[in-house]
Design a binder for this molecule. Structure first.
Ligand code: GDP
Ligand code: MN
Length: 397
């Protein structure tokens, strides 16, 4: 589950990571009030208005702007709120901005130059360990840095038994070229950031940029946080941070129905029981020359009601031109699933406007095939996996 910048910063702050402070607002009037309050809290006289959407690169798309007085806060907030923000990480139509963060200006002039760093904490899947990834090239698109100057990206692996050790935090601060107070602040920043990541059961914390201010403070200007959904039951307060306006509406509906659904770009809808078989099904569709429209695991109880819900969700995707049902009947018998598919088909009438290829294998597979073939419904049956994928290509041709 992804969070907004302001929510990620709230978590960071609660673990003692210094942040660029701010107050969130939904209207230009609220933005002005937020700015006044922020000045009371921090003494800042300049502000940054930052679009809150689940996408990076907001600055490039005009979603992050400096305001030098309250009038500008109002005008810029009015401009950004309600806009469709297009960034390198959104689709062409962009994302609707519902909220802005009014943040203190932290790039004020002072005795030393400001510096921007990149720091993230995430899992290294190759080693199964968490790592801190960091670079002196902050504020830039990290993918570009990885492509053009990969030698400027460093990683520090963390032993899960000990957590991050003081020498590791010092090594990172040293490699970032820091000294004096900034060095000390950075070691504290790193260890608190790591603690925030582990304690919140996160999948990723990405801070780009981490800023060294002109008076040698280290703070998080941005925060991109992905929480591990499977651990949300341990963090009720974080679970409430979900903003479904940012999520794919079909996926939200599927989740509410207890279905494990992921929207994809292709045109072959898939209904499968079991995540492993669902992955295998998508592979086979691709191998046969097609493109899956979704991942969908209907789970163990593929009864008529569930199958109907699943059909409904798959068909919400306008790109779907055929549906492949691939069910393995182990504990749940194939003939019961077949009956479920037939009943669902009957119930839905002309709502089903694409061909359905149904492959049932396992307990009572033969009875299931007969049931489908004799149902009078336009469902194409198959017994073999390959046969099913090929039949999909035939109906699409
Ligand atoms: P992103 O574009 O979505 O990654 O949003 P960021 O929060 O990283 O902000 C983008 C850029 O806005 C930063 O790299 C900074 O250059 C600039 N920015 C952010 N905060 C301030 C600020 O307080 N003052 C000024 N002058 N610029 C800022
Ligand atoms: Mn950023």
């Amino acid at each position: 589950m992804n969070l907004h910048e302001y929510q990620g910063k709230e978590i960071l702050n609660s673990f003692g990571v210094r942040i660029q402070r701010g107050i969130v607002a939904s209207t230009p009037e609220q933005a002005v009030e937020a700015a006044k309050e922020l000045t009371d809290q921090t003494g800042t006289s300049w502000y940054v208005v930052k679009a809150q959407v689940h996408a990076g690169g907001r600055g490039k798309g005009g979603g992050v702007k400096l305001a030098k007085n309250l009038d500008e806060v109002k005008r810029i907030s009015d401009e950004i709120l309600g806009m469709m923000l297009v960034t390198p990480q959104t689709s062409a139509e962009g994302k609707l901005v519902n909220q802005v963060l009014i943040a203190e200006d932290v790039y004020y002039p002072g005795e030393v130059e400001t510096e921007e760093f990149y720091i993230s904490v995430l899992l290294n899947r190759a080693t199964g360990r968490n790592m801190v990834m960091y670079s002196t090239e902050g504020g830039m698109d990290i993918e570009t840095v990885a492509e053009e100057t990969p030698h400027l990206i460093f990683t520090e692996e963390i032993d899960p038994g000990t957590g991050i050790l003081p020498f590791q935090a010092r090594k990172i601060a040293f490699n970032l070229g820091l000294s004096g107070n900034a060095f000390k602040e950075m070691t504290k920043f790193i260890s608190s950031l790591y603690k925030a990541y582990v304690s919140s059961d996160s999948a990723m914390f990405e801070i780009n940029p981490v800023l060294k201010t002109s008076d040698n403070k280290i703070l998080a200007v941005d925060a991109k946080v992905t929480l591990d959904e499977n651990a949300l039951y341990r963090h009720k307060d974080y679970a409430e941070m979900r903003d479904i306006r940012e999520e794919n509406p079909i996926e939200v509906e599927a989740k509410a129905a207890g279905l494990n659904y992921v929207d994809l770009d292709g045109n072959v809808g898939c209904m499968v029981n079991g995540a492993g078989l669902a992955m295998g099904t998508m592979d086979l569709i691709k191998q046969a020359g097609g493109e899956p429209a979704n991942f969908l695991d209907v789970g163990g109880t593929a009864d008529a009601a569930r199958v109907e819900t699943a059909f409904g969700i798959i068909l919400k995707d306008q790109n779907v031109k055929a549906i492949l049902v691939n069910i393995f009947g182990g504990i749940v018998r194939c003939d019961r699933v077949a009956q479920g598919v037939v009943d669902a088909y009957k119930n839905m009438g002309d709502k089903i406007n694409v061909p359905i290829i149904c492959r049932l294998q396992g307990t009572n597979a033969k009875e299931a095939k007969e049931l489908i073939d004799n149902s009078g419904m336009e469902i194409i049956s198959a017994t073999e996996f390959q046969e099913a994928a090929d039949k999909v290509q035939v109906v699409l041709a």
